[in-house]
Design a protein around this ligand. Sequence first.
Ligand code: ZN
Length: 128
Amino acid sequence: MDELIKMFKDANEQIKRLIEYYNAEFINGKMNNDKLILKTKSCGKAGCKFCPHGPYWYRAAFNKKTRKFMFQYIGSKLSKNKLKWYENENWDRIKFYDNESKRIREQKTKISSAIKVNKALRRSHANT
Ligand SMILES: [Zn+2]
């Protein structure tokens, strides 16, 4: 079980690093309208042990009232037709981040279900 928790934390670390790399390559401190953003999401359920979820793709939109950027959800998987024309030249790099996101998300899903199975087994043992 501890091993699974460690793997889960490690996957979260990988996600953090992936987003850092993406930001260094594509955001570089310059957030603006329509920027393609890779970020995680908190589900808002109290006590969720699997947060944060993702990473998923978003588009930044500046809200004039709040003077803050809002993030519009695009999806977990990108395709060329979801890109702006000027982003197409970066498709290979963006695709790299898309694939890595998918790989880590799937890894996390596997670890999460192993953790759940483990817990269920422990409970059934405790009841006997
Ligand atoms: Zn959650």
